[in-house]
Design a binder for this molecule. Structure first.
Ligand code: HEM
Length: 466
């Protein structure tokens, strides 16, 4: 195998102004017109996109159909919605879209050249290296560890206690990821630096308004993110050094990546491994956490569902991911001019799909804003058009952590419902934040009530033991 196969792609700009300049150049160079849409600059539209993209894009869909253009900030973006367009972008024509040149570039300072920001052979190498960790048997092993962590975390809960479920899950999910995926001991690393806190510090960059994100210099969100990122790097590099010195290889992703280094000429450098660790932590953390919060938000509003003998956590989870798919937007850049659902789209321009909007299209989903887990009963699910439901993306780049994330959420939800019910605080109003994934802007304050196991609940522990 030639070493070039594993060579990382050339660096991209992290300077927002250079990126804007390149975006404008690419727009001017488009060989064919953009699809119909709203292509003049509008501050109202730009703010609408950052505050409530679901409403904005549903409105544009009603006016223009599944493929249209919207000028957001400085540039025209082609949005593609609905089953046919999703299938085109994710499956049938996936090779015509670059992830690296899409807006994942904004994540590069933290994630480096991890899987979300690479394409082609380098991406395939990373994905192939990590896949064994996500096979069914490995997930079953991880499930035992998940149960252990969730049980320990729930042991502290008391009747009448008030907790923020979102923040509680964030801590838990990070512990699970560190142990199950990377073989790291969260209690040990906490002694050196608070890895969880540093990770939160780094992520807080994306919750800031764009105007603050482009600032540089002391005290800026950028500086905080870079500092936190450096501290986390030190933990990862120290771990690589320790394992190399001791010759210890465990049953985890870091070991798989280190072994790839020892293989037949394929090289994942320490830097590549660091980038993938950060990417997996990032991709798995907020997504899982937000889904748990949204699930319990809906269950609290629909308590009759939980007490029904037909209640099935798996269906409720699918419906939660329909209404609130955390990775709600898939940014790409087209390579060649192409046709999507009968509309011509230029090469070299930003093209984005959105599971969140696609999951609310009135001509695809009956009563799209209502929480109805029965939509995912087997017969109803089979009747869904291909590409209609895409909370984990699709095609050869479907979320690598899908089974891990599903298992984790399932364990957390089942374990909670075996012993408790959660009442969302009266007066709480869900406000959804969009970046970097959708999540409850103000957390999810709940009151814990001890209770008998929910009727119809299939015990995660029994399933894991089976
Ligand atoms: C509820 C949980 C999760 C959801 C809803 C979710 C969703 C997604 C989606 C939609 C994509 C594709 C994005 C696109 O097409 O632009 C994706 C990709 C990815 N996800 Fe997840 N994810 C979840 C959990 C996880 C977990 C637990 C991990 C890691 C342990 C993970 C790691 C990744 C990675 C590495 C990719 C990129 C895959 C590639 O490029 O080949 N995700 N995820």
């Amino acid at each position: 195998m030639s070493p070039a196969v594993a060579a990382p792609p050339p660096p991209t700009h992290t300077n927002p102004f250079a990126r804007m300049r390149d975006d404008l150049r690419a727009e001017r160079a488009a060989a064919v017109p953009f699809p119909p849409g709203d292509t003049w600059f509008s501050m109202k539209r730009t703010m609408g996109f950052t505050r409530d993209p679901l409403t904005l894009l549903l409105d544009a869909y009603a006016r223009y159909g599944p493929v249209f253009t919207q000028r957001v900030f400085h540039q025209n973006i082609v949005f593609v919605l609905g089953p046919e367009a999703n299938h085109h972008l994710l499956v049938s024509h996936a090779a015509n879209y670059s992830w690296r040149e899409g807006h994942y570039g904004d994540l590069m300072p933290l994630l480096g050249d991890g899987m979300l920001a690479i394409d082609g052979p380098f991406h395939r190498l990373s994905r192939k290296t990590m896949l064994p960790m996500f096979h069914r048997e490995r997930i079953a092993e991880s499930q035992r560890l998940m149960i252990e962590e969730v049980d320990a975390a729930l042991d502290g809960w008391r009747d009448g206690q008030q907790i923020d479920l979102y923040h509680w899950t964030r801590e838990l999910a990070l512990r699970i990821a560190m142990r199950a995926l990377f073989g790291l001991d969260p209690d040990h690393t906490r002694g050196q630096i608070d890895a969880a806190q540093e990770f939160e510090n780094a992520l807080s960059f994306w919750s800031k308004d764009y105007i603050f994100q482009i600032m540089r210099g002391p005290g800026s969100p950028w500086k905080r993110m870079v500092t936190a990122s450096r501290r986390l790097d030190a933990v990862i590099y120290a771990e690589l050094k320790r394992r190399r010195a001791s010759g210890e290889l465990g049953n985890d992703l870091i070991s798989l990546m280190m072994e790839t280094q020892d293989g037949d000429g394929l090289l994942l450098t320490d830097r590549n491994i660091r980038d993938e660790v950060m990417t997996l932590l990032f991709a798995g953390h907020d997504t899982t956490t937000s889904t748990v919060a949204f699930l319990f938000y809906e269950l609290s509003r629909n308590p009759q569902l939980v007490e029904s003998p037909d209640f099935d956590v798996a269906l409720a989870l699918e419906e939660t991911l329909r209404m609130y798919p955390p990775a709600w937007i898939g940014p790409r850049r087209s390579i060649d001019t192409t046709e999507i659902a009968g509309v011509t789209v230029p090469g070299g321009v930003p093209v984005q799909y959105s599971s969140w909007v696609s999951h609310h299209l009135p001509d695809v989903w009956d009563d799209p804003f209502a929480f109805k887990p029965e939509r995912f009963a087997p017969a109803a699910r089979d009747a869904l058009p291909k590409g209609a439901y895409v909370p984990f993306g699709g095609g050869s780049r479907t979320c690598i952590g899908m089974r891990f994330g599903q298992a984790e959420i399932h364990v957390i939800a089942t374990k909670i419902l075996e012993r408790f019910r959660l009442d969302v605080e009266p007066g709480y109003r869900l406000r959804v934040r969009q970046m970097p994934t959708i999540g409850p802007r103000d957390g999810l304050p709940v009151t814990v009530r001890t209770a008998a196991p929910a009727a119809g609940l299939r015990s995660a522990a029994a399933e894991a033991a089976a």
